[in-house]
Design a protein around this ligand. Structure first.
Ligand code: NAD
Length: 266
C-alpha cells in the first residue's frame, strides 16, 4: 500500500504554483497524494505562511498526523521548509532525519446561554469585548481568585504562540522546551477605580484559568483563537487549560528556535 501525504495550501499564487510540482515530486518518490484530505495520511504538508498552518489545523480539527510547512509567507515560525529545499526535505524525510516538536494547544470551554462549547488555540485564545468597550473579567486560577481585570482584554498564550500576538502586546518570548501558559493583558487599566496587573502572568501548563465577566457589566465577548473569531453573547464562564491533544510538528535536525527569533525580531 502506498504511503499517503496530504497537501494543504493557501490561495497565494506562489503557493498554488508550487502545489503541482510538490505533488509530482512526492509521487515520483512513491507517495500517494490524494485530491481530498485523507485521514489515513502519515503527513500533512502545508504550503503558505503561519496563518495557513494554523488554518490547516483548525480546518482539520487538530489532526494527530505529523505536519510540516513549506514557507511561502514572510518568516514562518511554524513553516520549516523553504520552497527551494523540497527535494532535500523529501530525502531527509525518507531517511528519518528529522525530529518531531510536540505542541500542546490551549482549550477553552465556554459556558453561555446556548450551552457549552469548546475551542482550541495553538498560538493563543484572546478574550475581548465584542463592541470595543472595556471588559471587566474576574480571573481565577485553580479555583483561587487572582484579579479583576479591566482593559481591552486578555491573551492566553502557549509557549509557541509567545512570539505572535502575545509578544506584540508586551508578553515574553518563551523557549519551546518550557511547559507553561502565559496570560498577557491588553491595555490594562490601572487607576484608583480599576486595578489590573500590567504585566503577563506565567502559570504552569497544568493550570485551569477561569474567566467570568463581571455581572454588572456587559457579558458579550469576542473570543479569538489563532485569528478565528467567535462572538459569544451572555457568557457565564470561560475555562482555559492545556488540551490533551498534541500537535506533531516536523522539524529538520538543524532547527533552532532562538535563531528564528533573532532573525525575526532583532
Ligand atoms: P496572519 O496569518 O496574518 O498572521 C499575522 C502575523 O503573525 C504573521 O506575520 C505571522 O507570521 C505571525 N505569526 C503567527 N503565528 C506566529 C508565531 N507562533 N510566532 C511568530 N509569529 C507568528 O494573521 P491571522 O490569520 O489573523 O492570525 C494568526 C495569528 O496572528 C494569531 O494567532 C495571532 O497570534 C497573530 N496576531 C497578531 C497580532 C499582533 O501582533 N498585533 C494581532 C492579531 C493576530
Amino acid at each position: 500500500m502506498k504511503r499517503i501525504i496530504n497537501i494543504t495550501t493557501n490561495e497565494h499564487p506562489y503557493s498554488l504554483e508550487l502545489l503541482p510540482d510538490l505533488k509530482h515530486t512526492l509521487e515520483s518518490y512513491g507517495f500517494a497524494v490524494p485530491d481530498n484530505f485523507s485521514t489515513d495520511a502519515e503527513l500533512i504538508i502545508c504550503i503558505g505562511g503561519d496563518g495557513s498552518f494554523l488554518n490547516t489545523l483548525h480546518k482539520h480539527n487538530f489532526p494527530k498526523m505529523q505536519l510540516v510547512g513549506i514557507n511561502t509567507g514572510h518568516l514562518g515560525f511554524f513553516q520549516e521548509i523553504h520552497p527551494h529545499e523540497i527535494e532535500e526535505f523529501i530525502h531527509a524525510y525518507l531517511r528519518g532525519d528529522f525530529f518531531v516538536q510536540k505542541i500542546r494547544p490551549l482549550q477553552a470551554t465556554v459556558h453561555d446561554n446556548d450551552g457549552v462549547s469548546t475551542l482550541m488555540g495553538l498560538n493563543e485564545i484572546v478574550i475581548k469585548s465584542d463592541k470595543s468597550r472595556t471588559v471587566h473579567l474576574n480571573i481565577n486560577v485553580n479555583g483561587n481568585f487572582i484579579e479583576k481585570f479591566s482593559g481591552d482584554g486578555l491573551i492566553v498564550s502557549t509557549p509557541s504562540g509567545s512570539t505572535a500576538y502575545n509578544y506584540s502586546a508586551g508578553g515574553s518570548i518563551v523557549d519551546p522546551s518550557l511547559n507553561l501558559i502565559q496570560v498577557t493583558p491588553l491595555a490594562p487599566i490601572n487607576t484608583t477605580a480599576y486595578r489590573s496587573f500590567t504585566s503577563s502572568i506565567v502559570l504552569p501548563e497544568t493550570s485551569v484559568i477561569e474567566i467570568t465577566p463581571e455581572d454588572k457589566f456587559e457579558s458579550s465577548l469576542l473570543l479569538v483563537s489563532d485569528g478565528i473569531e467567535f462572538r459569544c453573547p451572555e457568557i457565564q464562564k470561560i475555562s482555559v487549560s492545556t488540551s490533551d491533544t498534541t500537535v506533531r510538528l516536523l522539524r529538520l535536525r538543524n532547527y533552532e528556535f532562538w535563531s528564528k527569533v533573532k532573525e525575526k525580531f532583532l
